[in-house]
Design a protein around this ligand. Structure first.
Ligand SMILES: [Fe+2]
Ligand SMILES: [Fe+2]
Length: 234
């Protein structure tokens, strides 16, 4: 029982915004959530297909930008590139799985094309302007993904949406038992989303800490310079 409680509390984790960057990230996420809720309502399979096409973008964009920065500045990436590219690959596998559950309609295919175009540019610009906000946005996106997959799971468990055998691609990718069903697939995908949420929130925290250290150091240097000038004046 205790184990279940810890597990559930871990799933429902929410990062309270602490500064302007966090608040912008949360607001941006809530706005997109509203759009998704209005468009998809309870069509969870379609929602998953369309949103996973977008979810697989940030890891690739961020991975590429960190890679280029590492080349430009000739500095170590601290393992970030691999983590980000793995995230993109994992999100793409979510898409490859859900395409066996729901086929996008013509209008959804059109939305996927437009959304990818807009999102690559928007996320790239946000990442270049504020890497911290960009990771916080993904952290909040993933919080919403966990909520959506929990809702999907509830519908499957209540029978409102009929369960079905897990697609073979999912059984192979997550090493699921051969008799696994869609419920099991949604559970493992939700765990993946919770993992991405934690990684991206902690990336934003690391950048936050780095920025604070830089601020303290520059203030200390300024104070030391002013003290030195005072001594010279005396
Ligand atoms: Fe996903
Ligand atoms: Fe995700």
């Amino acid at each position: 029982m205790v184990v279940i409680y810890i597990y559930m509390s871990d799933l429902n984790k929410h990062f309270e915004p602490k500064n302007l960057s966090d608040k912008v990230a949360l607001l941006f996420t809530k706005f997109l959530r509203l759009l998704a809720d209005t468009f998809f309502k309870k069509r969870y399979g379609h929602r998953a297909v369309v949103l996973e096409t977008i979810a697989a973008v940030p890891g690739m964009v961020a991975g590429m930008l960190v890679h280029l920065k590492s080349l430009r500045k000739i500095e170590d990436d601290r393992g970030w590139i691999k983590i980000l590219l793995d995230e993109a690959e994992n999100e793409r596998m979510h898409l490859m799985t859900f395409i066996h559950i729901a086929k996008p309609t013509a209008i959804e295919r059109f939305i996927i094309m437009i959304a990818q175009f807009i999102f690559i540019i928007t996320y790239g610009i946000i990442y270049l302007a504020s890497q911290r906000t960009a990771h916080r946005i993904v952290g909040y996106f993933e919080e919403e993904a966990v909520i959506s997959y929990t809702e999907y799971l509830n519908e499957l468990e209540s029978g409102a949406i009929p369960d079905q055998p897990a697609p073979e691609i999912a059984i192979n990718y997550w090493n699921l038992p051969l008799h696994a069903t869609l419920k099991d697939v949604v559970r493992v995908i939700r765990d993946d989303e919770a993992g991405h949420r934690d990684v991206n929130h902690s990336f934003a925290d690391i950048i936050n800490l780095r920025k604070r250290k830089e601020l303290i150091n520059s203030k200390r240097n300024k104070d030391q310079k002013q003290d030195g000038e005072k001594i010279l004046d005396q």
